[in-house]
Ligand binder design. Structure first.
Ligand code: GLN
Length: 452
């Protein structure tokens, strides 16, 4: 049914870069056989999942939305993909994304933009716009995203779906094409909080193949979502981040947010305002740290090891071939980030830019820690504005970067964050973000589920 739905609507939505029809049908059949043989199967057995094209899938094209990896079929599965297979889920295919997960609209994909199913002339968010659009268009019931600065939560907010960024290190990065290794966090996308929690439970947990994976048991997010769904938040203390309300967000977004805060209060939550002054510096710190890490990580795309190779005619030097390959293979935003990062890391500027940004990161973490001494979770709108028209923010990178104003602090800190639909503004979806302390992912699921 989902493959039929993809065939019917994906020409307009363009959520998928690759549909693995044969693989999906084979996986579905194998679940049937395992069930017929009396095997005990998990709760997601047979459920289709769409996977962001940032995760390596054995034998299935993995492009990261870039020309530089066109035609690359990884020889191995990312840990998350392996866990999805073990759980008996059925992978439908790979979803569209901004090139190397750099962007907030999926317009920077080298393979053309994804359209928001709510209004096809608008963006579905990014970088994981394909995963969110696939859910909103009912092309898939579950999807995987990755969140470095908001790429799961922001697409969730603008497509009226749920997107959760787990605690950094709570989900494995093995087989995730690296953008900014100290921030990258794969996570679940779904249409309901409980669905997201079920997917979270399947993919999360320690992985010895990722050195930053946390060797601790995953909190029971499914139980937490069920608890939240009872609608009783008695005893739960929530903090509204003062810096994120008021001037930062569109009036329609603020109105929907305020209504949800009233609902949370009626369910018994105690809501206070909390100032986190350093959060205002999160965006500039992020746009030094993420490009710095990207400039190093993307050095491996040299035309030798994977994907594209340009100009290798036997007469050119290795350096010329690398240059030509990177010139042709990377899009303008990726090049901008590599230039920014290389500059910020260069001798003489390192302390002034990268070093300074790392200090800001520490201060942001302190603000979170202090806030969580007073409240169980922080809340804010997920994004300052709703889905904008395709093309509206591509001319000015700063306008695009603003989409992640409210999501980025969580990444710098490393804690979990979730976006849950909280109403409409001029007919377009608005998201509410819940942020929790590291390894307290269950708390955010409880609060988010209460809002459904
Ligand atoms: N929009 C942010 C960026 O462009 C975040 C991307 C992400 O989370 N992958 O870097």
């Amino acid at each position: 049914a989902h493959l039929d739905r993809i065939a019917a609507v994906d020409e307009q939505v363009h959520a998928f870069l690759h549909v693995d029809t044969d693989g999906a049908l084979a996986a579905a059949r194998s679940v049937d056989e395992r069930r017929a043989a009396g095997e005990e199967l998990g709760p997601l057995a047979g459920v289709p999942v769409a996977v962001k094209d940032v995760l390596a899938t054995r034998g299935v094209p993995t492009t990261v939305g870039s020309k530089i990896l066109e035609g690359w079929r990884p020889p191995y599965d990312a840990t998350i993909v392996q866990r999805l297979r073990d759980a008996g889920t059925v992978m439908l295919g790979k979803t569209n994304m901004d090139e190397f997960a750099m962007g907030s609209s999926t317009e920077y994909s080298a393979y053309g933009p994804t359209h928001n199913p709510w209004d096809l002339s608008r963006i579905p968010g990014g970088s994981g716009g394909g995963s969110a659009a696939a859910l909103a268009a009912y092309e898939a019931p579950l999807a995987i995203g990755s969140d470095t600065g908001g790429s799961i939560r922001q697409p969730g907010a603008v497509t009226g779906t749920v997107g959760a960024k787990p605690t950094y290190g709570g989900t494995s990065r093995y087989g995730l094409v690296a953008f900014s290794s100290s921030l990258d966090t794969p996570g679940p996308c779904a249409r309901t909080v409980l669905d997201a929690a079920l997917l979270h439970q399947v993919i999360a947990g320690h992985d010895p193949r990722d050195s930053t994976s946390i060797p601790q048991p995953v909190p029971d997010v499914v139980a937490a979502a069920k608890l939240g769904a009872t609608g009783d938040l008695t005893g739960v203390r929530l903090g509204i981040v003062s810096e994120f309300v008021g001037e930062g967000a569109e009036p329609g977004v603020m109105a929907a947010f305020r209504e949800s805060v009233d609902a949370l209060t009626k369910m018994g939550a105690e809501v206070v305002e909390i100032s986190c002054p350093t959060f205002s510096y999160a965006l500039p710190a992020y746009y030094l740290i993420a490009p710095s890490e990207c400039s190093s990580n993307l050095a491996r795309f040299d035309g030798v090891r994977f994907g594209l190779r340009v100009g290798d005619d036997g007469n050119r030097s290795l350096e010329e071939v690398m240059s030509l390959t990177r010139e042709a293979g990377f899009g303008p935003e990726v090049k901008r980030r590599i230039m920014l990062g290389t500059y910020a890391l260069s001798s003489g500027y390192y302390d002034a830019y990268y070093g300074q940004a790392q200090k800001v990161r520490t201060l942001i973490t302190r603000d979170f820690t202090a806030a969580f001494e007073r409240v169980d979770a922080l809340i804010s709108p997920t994004t300052p504005f709703t889905a904008f028209p395709i093309g509206a923010r591509t001319a000015d990178p700063y306008q695009m970067y603003l989409a992640d104003l409210f999501t980025i602090p969580t990444n710098l800190y490393g804690g979990p964050g979730i976006s849950v639909p909280c109403g409409l503004s001029e007919g377009l979806p608005v998201g509410l973000q819940v942020m929790a302390p590291t390894m307290a992912d269950d708390r955010m699921y409880r609060v988010a589920a209460a809002l459904e």
